[in-house]
Design a protein around this ligand. Structure first.
Ligand code: SF4
Length: 327
């Protein structure tokens, strides 16, 4: 991405180490601050500070009252912050259009995105969790924006899924959204073909049908429908067997230009991935290595092999080659 096309990601301010929590502390996320920051520009927001609650402040929580979930002061339920928090999300909505993702602080009645505790009026936690009031409204106003909680980014599969969606969202903005033409849509779909296929064959085929009709009708509205289903498809979890099928298919593009022993090594690593012995990155890196060496442009354009930059930075290339005996 060029400097002008920096990927912008919203984030709960306390995750960047800012002392904005109710007790004046922070919840610095090492991953967000030290790793992901290399690739994205953060747009931090602390909604509680922005609505004027101050630092320090009395703690708040989600409370169910009269069938409604409200954000209230923990001890004094007459202090209600629900409307200011949702109003803030509405007032910031247009400035959030520039984002390609959002990372939330878990458990917060303002920022939590999954399973925030909801208490009853007697102070007991109820059975049905909800979302923080600010996060909930932002998600409602930006339904296709990739969102995740910082704590969940410690899970490799969830992290990979989130990053794939963030970078795809950014590529979409820069390619199709800024130039919605049949050509830009077809090119985008072609690059994401295998990433879609590995997640959902059904959605991949439906998206292919939409792209097939790109030459007729209103391309802008078709693009919007495409993007909605595209982001939904990327949210699906890919299973190891589906990755194996896709990697074997990709191997077909280079198999006639590599010797038998090399082909055997790649197939062996694909099997080891399926058995859980090596991570997905290993056979993918090997396939990409040969795609680069043989200059197979179709493969090199595939986002399946490079959905986001970290994937290949994680391994020192020379160490990788030594370990897996690549010439
Ligand atoms: S969780 Fe949200 S509201 Fe709470 S301190 Fe962090 S940024 Fe502020």
């Amino acid at each position: 991405m060029s400097q002008n096309n920096t990927i912008k990601v919203g984030i709960s301010s306390c995750l960047l180490g800012k002392n904005v929590r109710y007790n004046g502390s922070h919840k610095r996320s090492q991953y967000c601050v030290e790793e992901l920051s290399e690739w994205v520009e953060y747009k931090p927001i602390c909604p509680e500070v922005e609505i004027g609650m101050g630092i320090p402040r009395e703690p708040i929580r989600l409370v169910e009252m009269g069938g409604q979930i409200r954000v209230r002061n923990v001890t004094d339920h007459s202090q209600d912050y629900t409307d200011p928090l949702t109003d803030l999300a509405v007032s910031k909505s247009s400035s959030l259009d520039e984002l390609s993702g959002y990372i939330w602080m878990q458990k917060s009645p303002s920022c939590g995105f999954f399973g925030v505790k909801v208490y009853n009026e007697n102070g007991m936690p109820g059975p049905d969790p909800d979302q923080g009031a600010f996060a909930k409204k932002v998600a409602e106003l930006h339904p296709h924006l990739p969102m995740e909680e910082a704590g969940r980014l410690n899970d490799a599969v969830l992290r990979e899924n989130f990053l794939t969606r963030v970078f795809a969202h950014a590529v979409w903005r820069q390619s199709v959204q800024s130039h919605p033409t049949p050509k830009s849509l077809v090119e985008f779909h072609t690059r994401y073909k295998f990433l879609l296929q590995v997640r959902s064959e059904k959605h991949y085929r439906e998206l292919g049908r939409m792209v097939g009709g790109a030459g007729s009708g209103d391309i802008k509205s078709l693009s919007e429908s495409y993007f909605e289903l595209f982001m939904h498809c990327l949210k699906q979890r890919a299973h190891p067997g589906d990755h194996v099928n896709v990697m074997q298919h990709l191997l077909g593009f280079i198999k006639n230009d590599i010797d038998h022993a090399t082909k055997h090594s790649i197939l062996n690593l694909i099997n080891l991935y399926q058995e859980g012995v090596v991570e997905l990155l290993v056979p993918i890196t090997l396939i990409r290595h040969y795609a680069e060496m043989l200059n197979v442009e179709y493969l090199l354009n595939q986002k399946y092999l490079t959905p986001y930059p970290q994937r290949f930075e994680k391994y020192n290339q020379s160490q990788f080659k030594e370990k897996y005996f690549i010439s």
